[in-house]
Design a protein around this ligand. Structure first.
Ligand code: SF4
Length: 100
């Protein structure tokens, strides 16, 4: 390969890596989304209405849910139930499952 070709390839690879590193965070789940409403999702677990959500228990939140994929200490992270969006670490929904 000529050095010019190598340079172009390295530039393309470098630009791709930069672009993926700068990827924007996914949008947050809106409590009023159809899927969110169906699961009783609340962005703040402490505001869940216990009468409407009898499965909710104090202290349960996305951060300590088995399905939560956010990093420890992060304010939000992905959840497979809301593909392409993020839930708040302090959120909750009726599919909450205890982290093993
Ligand atoms: S399944 Fe777990 S992580 Fe996902 S929204 Fe419900 S409580 Fe949060």
């Amino acid at each position: 390969m000529t050095s010019r070709r190598v340079f172009i390839l390295q530039s393309v690879i470098g630009t791709s890596a930069l672009a993926s590193g700068m990827a924007m965070a996914a949008p947050m789940v809106d409590e009023k989304d159809t899927a969110a409403m169906g699961l009783g999702y609340a962005a703040d677990s402490s505001k869940v209405d216990a009468k409407k959500q009898p499965k909710h228990a104090a202290g349960n939140s996305c951060a300590n849910c088995a399905l939560y994929q956010g990093k420890a200490g992060a304010a939000s992270g992905p959840c497979p139930l809301f593909a392409g969006k993020e839930v708040t670490a302090k959120g909750w929904c009726s599919a909450w499952a205890k982290k093993a």
